[in-house]
Design a protein around this ligand. Structure first.
Ligand code: F6R
Length: 601
């Protein structure tokens, strides 16, 4: 769960590496470092802290036309200067950055130590530069040494290496993402496209087993045996501005506010003449499916709950399973099972593991993801993109909305194929209202009173969120967002569950946010029960909802089809969390202990 970058060209690399690392910080931000070289030694600069801390230690940027960089989210060893990447071999000729986990590093380290190698960190990564050094000494050929080194590694990796005196960057991937960026002047390698989107939108998505050698004027991709491999060049349709903060104080606020555009992109071309069409899923794609399993984690799980409920309503046998629990929760699957992996990043280890388990059992698979070329998109049989654009804030916001809409459309598409399933009776009305969703979100953004409400409630003891039906997933998402960026205690419940235990916690110090979006039956009665025990009730829903009359406060959303109303309520809850966290002075885009892309199980 780290970000790596490499760059080689004809002029100095340091500036580009540092700005690339800033765009990768969502992947981890407990330490950072770069290494550059210009033929007279590899210069490593690294420290614990954020990229801004690293920058402040560099009075002048080191010279060198090639370099590597890393931003860390620690797994092996605490976030110290020594454990920050890049790591080097004993004499400092080989420098390596790594994203992933090396499972057999203990035994490799023992062998290397026995051969005289000296180690400085607690990390698993440090064995890699030592291995490359060992095999270089044996073979006199760095490329061969890199291939042999990665062949020795067990686990997952995306690595980039530079070697003193060599005008080259070496890289390899297995199980962790790595993208090659190409322009006329320079080449890049990075964990994700935003790292170099300011410089190019031409990319090659590398595959597991690929070895890359970059020289200033050429690049080569081979397999582990050294045979050339051909990979297509793609053009990314993300705008560099999408990856920046723009006029906003935080990425999260920008991403909340750009949801109307994100949703327009999600919907574009997918609803035609009252029908749903997906570019990669021709009619009858799902005709042999009898069961659909959604697998996901965190916010994506809440979006999956949303989609699963709609599919169940359409009469399709549907399960929604937390990816980390897939092994124990999934019953038998077969070729008539479709597993839908919902993952913004497309790299979440638990979700990928669930997909592999399901496909090993014979299931068909579909990834619903934001990232073209991601591991989920390549592992699953098919992929549907949510088209939200890059999301940098660690708290998922616009991707939740785009996932939920994509899944709502997908359910209609699946229900059209599965025998005996019935697409929504009022599908025409639902799809018509979908066209207005971006405008409705705009209205919420323009009129929201969430900031004032955050001011009123910010000193509370705990925050409870309830919802019923589609509102249940919105309540869970509201609570997750609130706790992850405010660090305050927040819990989400199905409305009817409140009285089965949680009610004991309710006092006048615990505001209750009730998602009241129209398809809920139990929210009003349960909210009133909490109110009579002193809890201030906030209704989040359209003005006409019966709960609004009894609630103490109301966050209003435009009147729309019940399928979309929950998504509008969710925007209000995103704003509430954002403003509460801002008032509490929290580091909103980089909440403590969290990283955006969770590539360990
Ligand atoms: C919360 C959040 C996480 C992710 C989860 C899954 O704001 O972002 O809960 O939703 O880690 O990530 P993806 O969707 O990349 O699989």
């Amino acid at each position: 769960m780290c970000g790596i970058i490499a760059r080689i060209g004809h002029d100095d690399a340091a500036e580009t590496l540092l700005s690339g690392l800033e765009n990768l910080e969502y992947r981890g931000y407990d330490s950072a470092g770069i290494a550059v070289q210009n033929g007279s030694g590899v210069k490593v600069h690294k420290c614990s802290g954020e990229v801004s801390d690293l920058k402040s230690t560099l009075d002048v940027h080191p010279n060198g036309n090639m370099g590597i960089g890393h931003t860390r989210w620690s797994t092996h060893g605490p976030p110290t200067d020594e454990n920050a990447h890049p790591h080097t071999d004993t004499v400092g000729d080989v420098a390596v950055v790594h994203n992933g986990v090396i499972d057999n590093y203990d035994e490799l380290k023992a062998d290397l130590k026995a051969n005289g190698h000296e180690f400085e960190s607690d990390t698993d990564t440090e064995v890699i530069p030592h291995l490359i050094d060992e095999y270089r000494t044996e073979t006199g050929d760095t490329e061969l040494a890199v291939r042999r080194a990665v062949d020795t590694l067990e686990g997952s990796y995306a690595i980039a290496a530079i070697v003193d005196g060599e005008n080259a960057v070496y890289a390899a991937r297995k199980g962790s993402p790595l993208v090659l960026g190409l322009n006329d002047e320079e080449w890049f390698l990075a964990s994700d496209v935003p790292a170099f989107l300011d410089y190019t939108d031409e990319v090659i998505y590398l595959e597991d087993g690929d070895i890359v050698v970059l020289n200033p004027d050429s690049y080569r991709i081979t397999d582990l045996e050294g045979s050339p491999v051909d990979r297509p060049v793609d053009t990314v349709d993300w705008d560099p501005e999408d990856a920046g903060k723009g006029e906003y104080d935080h990425y999260m606020l920008k991403e909340i506010n750009t949801q109307p555009t994100a949703l327009s992109n999600t919907i574009e071309g997918r609803v035609e003449d009252g029908d749903v069409a997906f570019e990669t899923l021709p009619a009858d794609s799902f005709e042999d499916i009898d069961t659909v399993q959604f697998v996901a984690c965190g916010t994506s799980y809440h979006a999956a709950m949303y989609g699963a409920q709609l599919l169940r309503t359409a009469g399709v046998r549907t399960e929604v399973i937390r990816a980390s629990e897939y092994e124990s929760m999934s019953g038998p699957v077969d070729e008539n099972t479709l597993v839908v992996a919902v993952t913004q990043s497309g790299e979440t280890a638990d979700t990928l593991d669930a997909v592999r388990r399901a496909t090993d059992g014979g299931a068909q698979s579909l990834a619903v993801t934001n990232v073209v070329g991601s591991t989920a998109a390549r592992t699953a049989d098919d992929a549907v993109y949510i088209r939200a654009g890059p999301e940098v804030g660690v708290a998922a916001t616009k991707t939740f909305s785009s996932q939920a809409v994509t899944l709502a459309l997908l359910t209609q598409r699946i229900a059209a194929d599965v025998p005996d399933a019935t697409p929504a009776e009022d599908r025409a009305a639902m799809l018509e209202d979908l066209e207005n969703l971006p405008q409705h979100v705009e209205t919420v953004l323009e009129t929201s009173q969430a900031e004032a409400l955050a001011r009123e409630t910010v000193d509370s003891e705990s925050y409870f969120f309830i919802g019923n039906g589609l509102g249940h997933s919105v309540a869970l998402e509201g609570a997750l967002k609130f706790k992850e960026i405010t660090y305050e205690h927040a819990e989400g419940f199905a409305s009817g569950e409140l009285k089965h235990g949680p009610l004991a916690l309710v006092t006048e110090q615990t505001p209750l946010f009730a998602v009241a979006t129209g398809d809920d039956k139990k929210t009003k009665t349960n909210a009133i029960e909490a109110q009579s025990r002193g809890a201030p009730i906030v209704a989040i829903g359209p003005d006409e909802h019966p709960l609004v009359d009894v609630a103490d406060t109301h966050l209003s959303v435009p009147d729309t089809h019940p399928v979309w109303a929950g998504l509008l309520a969710n925007v209000q809850l995103q704003l509430l969390s954002y403003h509460a966290a801002n008032l509490l002075g929290r580091p909103i885009d980089k909440p403590r202990n969290l990283a955006k892309s969770v590539t360990v199980e």
